[in-house]
Design a protein around this ligand. Structure first.
Ligand code: UDP
Length: 491
């Protein structure tokens, strides 16, 4: 009871990286803390604030103790266009280093807020390595939120430590990830970020190195995962690599009703009820859902190839597609300026069979519908975990970041997916994949005995995911121990 009372007074600051793949699970985390009576305050920039506020509508109505505080993003000072406050507003690769540099200018305003509010804990995104020192100045423990799982954390750590890619020629030759528990995992230099393989010295490389270091110096790491999914990697991370970590996911499962699920992230481009109505008209496991996260930006050529691959697969589909941010001229090649990005007559032919959502979709709501039987994903960690939680086999199409690591987890460790065959780490646009490969991968996760086996394994994981977050489950218990520790510290 004493602890219960103390919990009421705990106050946790959340400071997520400015990308939807980070703010979305952070909002879920804040809801989770608030649902246990902890006061949660999310710090974000003015343009990200209304999106977060929308995602919190239902929690606010329930009276959960969650606040939002805006912090100015230094667009002009950093040389970014006004309004570029989220990675999804970045329109060219050379803006990334400037954007990351701009995030370092948030240190001073964050420290002012820490001094003013003096929370009991700061949970900050991995890309703010300086946040550990900032919090320490005020005697506040800082917890890191990487936004990824234990498997990718272990793989990333092994690659950084052992540099197994060194001297491997050609770039397409495989090498083994050393000192990893479980089955042997191979990578190639092509699927690693050039920051790693070329040992580049720039702002992103420096921040990444400092971030890895801050995992060690911080109070610990909070991980959106569950023990039953990747227990041997969780153990390895904690016992062999010596990190303190709590596994508290899948956090997306804290969203219980339709509104909560459809209010995650940006405003949906299609009404959630219309989406559900469309799905209701389809047979169980007969629709494949295709989405590449929050900031992918495919060329028109690639979009057309996807359309043709989907049509050839013969499956029902919901495809979340965005026309490229680049102009057709910038994309070069044989693009006809007047022609749209879909093959001629595609929408007419696909009427009733395929639904294209242009922009943002209520992903979790769609994935959880019983008609959805497969997911073509870029393997962002949230999407991967949401696919697992929904119990659907996945066709993996990693583009960049740690997505190739997640692909190995899905296809080789968990055996709930097949690769479409993208082989090269390319930011935002990804490696080019042809229609035949897309068609083949879609059919492999939707039809036949192997698809059924993958689906059965995925459904079993989904069941365990739900159990993990229920009272007495592994994530529920780990979350409890985290709160207990924070209570202990604040006493
Ligand atoms: N998402 C969504 N609708 C979309 C696109 C993305 O709800 O149309 C959500 C998705 O459910 C996930 C997040 O955005 O929670 C994307 O995170 P992820 O780690 O998968 O990829 P990222 O965008 O960071 O590459």
């Amino acid at each position: 009871m004493a602890t219960e009372n103390r919990k009421q007074q705990l106050h946790v600051f959340f400071f997520p990286f400015l990308g939807h793949g980070h703010t979305i699970p952070t909002v879920d985390m804040a809801k989770l803390f608030a649902s246990r009576g902890v006061r949660a305050t999310i710090i974000t920039t003015p343009l990200n604030l209304p999106l977060i506020s929308r995602s919190l509508q239902e929690s606010t109505a329930l009276g959960l103790p969650i606040n939002l505080i805006p912090i100015k993003f230094p667009c002009a000072e950093a040389g970014l266009p006004e309004g570029c406050e989220n990675v999804d507003a970045i329109t060219s690769p050379d803006m990334f280093p400037i954007f990351f540099k701009a995030t370092t200018m948030l240190q001073e305003p964050l420290e002012q807020l820490l001094q003013e509010h003096h929370p009991d804990c700061l949970i900050a995104g991995w890309i703010f390595p300086w946040a550990t020192d900032s919090a320490a100045k005020f005697g506040i423990p800082r917890i890191v939120f990487n936004g990824s799982g234990f498997f990718p954390l272990c793989v990333g750590n092994s690659i950084a430590l052992h540099q197994p890619y060194k001297d491997v020629v050609p770039d397409s030759d495989p090498f083994v990830i050393p000192n990893l528990p479980g089955i042997e995992i191979q990578m190639t230099r092509m699927v690693l970020s050039p920051y790693i393989v070329n040992n580049e010295d720039n702002v992103i490389a420096r921040l990444s190195k400092a971030a890895a270091q801050s995992e060690v110096t911080s109070f610990g790491v909070v991980v959106n995962s569950f023990y039953e999914l990747e227990g041997i990697y969780a153990d390895h991370y904690k016992k062999v690599l010596g990190r303190r970590a709590w596994s508290i996911g899948p956090v997306s499962l804290c969203n219980r009703d339709i509104k909560e699920k459809s209010h995650r992230g940006k405003q949906s481009s299609m009404d959630a009820r219309d989406c559900l109505k469309w799905l209701d008209s389809k047979k169980p496991n007969s629709v494949v859902y295709i989405c590449f996260g929050s900031y992918s930006d495919f060329t028109i050529h690639q979009l057309r190839e996807i359309a043709m691959g989907l049509e050839a697969s013969g499956q029902n589909f919901i495809w979340v597609a965005r026309e490229s941010k680049k102009t057709k001229k910038e994309q070069g090649g044989d693009i006809d300026e007047d022609q749209g990005w879909l093959p001629e007559g595609f929408e007419k032919r696909m009427e009733g069979k395929g639904l294209i959502i242009r922009g943002w979709a209520p992903q979790v709501l769609i994935l959880e519908h019983e008609s959805v039987g497969g997911f073509v994903t870029h393997c962002g960690w949230n999407s991967t975990l949401e696919g697992v939680s929904a119990g659907v086999p996945m066709a993996t199409w990693p583009l960049c970041a740690e997505q190739f690591y997640n692909e190995r987890l899905v296809t080789q460790v968990l055996r709930i997916g097949v690769s479409v065959g993208s082989k090269k780490w390319i930011p935002v646009v990804g490696d080019y994949v042809e229609k035949v490969a897309i068609m083949k991968a879609v059919k492999e996760i939707m039809e036949g005995e192997e698809a059924e086996e993958m689906r059965n394994r995925a459904k079993e994981l989904a069941r365990m995911a739900r159990e993990a977050v229920e009272e007495g489950g592994s994530s529920y218990s780990d979350f409890n121990s985290l709160i207990e520790e924070l209570v202990g510290l604040s006493n």
